[in-house]
Design a protein around this ligand. Structure first.
Ligand code: ADP
Length: 149
């Protein structure tokens, strides 16, 4: 069975993330979404809320599991029996970042990273943008999956 983890901070989970998982299901038998802390980013939504929200989105998708993790990404992958890391790429900046992470994760744990390019219509969508809108009480429903609306 081919299992991948999709790690991220998902603060909050957006339609861009959702699209990567949906497309990833065409490549993998199972995807474990790993909700983690990114120490470089300021958190808005508590991690348990993020986990619950994502679980709700995928409640009818048996091949998707959602877990909080608090360790190295390669250790999380090993813990759930995944040989792959799934990530999304929007721009050159993402690409450079993802390349460094992929090299590190390959060297540290022999885990391969599979990158999917964003759908062009989602390229501008980020959790940061949604957090900004949210903090000014703006409508974010166009940027989050249906089940969170
Ligand atoms: P992290 O804090 O680990 O970067 P994020 O929650 O910001 O986690 O993102 C998780 C993954 O989803 C990353 O690979 C990121 O590039 C990807 N991603 C974020 N937004 C989009 C989008 N709009 N389209 C495609 N991929 C995306």
């Amino acid at each position: 069975m081919k299992t991948a983890i999709f790690p991220g901070s998902f603060d909050p989970f957006t339609i861009g993330h959702y699209d990567i998982v949906k497309r990833g299901l065409g490549l993998f038998d199972k995807i474990v979404i790993g909700v983690g802390r990114n120490i470089q980013k300021k958190e808005m939504f508590p991690i348990r809320e993020r986990e619950e929200a994502i679980r709700k989105i995928f409640k009818d998708e048996k091949r998707v599991e959602v877990r909080i993790y608090d360790c190295l990404t390669v250790d999380f992958a090993k813990e759930v029996g995944a040989a792959f890391i799934l990530r999304g790429v929007r721009c050159m900046q993402d690409f450079e970042y993802e390349r460094n992470m992929a090299e590190a994760n390959k060297a540290l744990g022999g885990i391969e990273t599979i990158l999917l390019y964003t759908r062009p219509e989602y390229a501008h969508i980020s959790s940061t943008m949604v957090r900004d809108l949210y903090s000014y009480n703006k409508d974010v429903s166009a940027f989050v999956p249906n089940k969170l609306k």
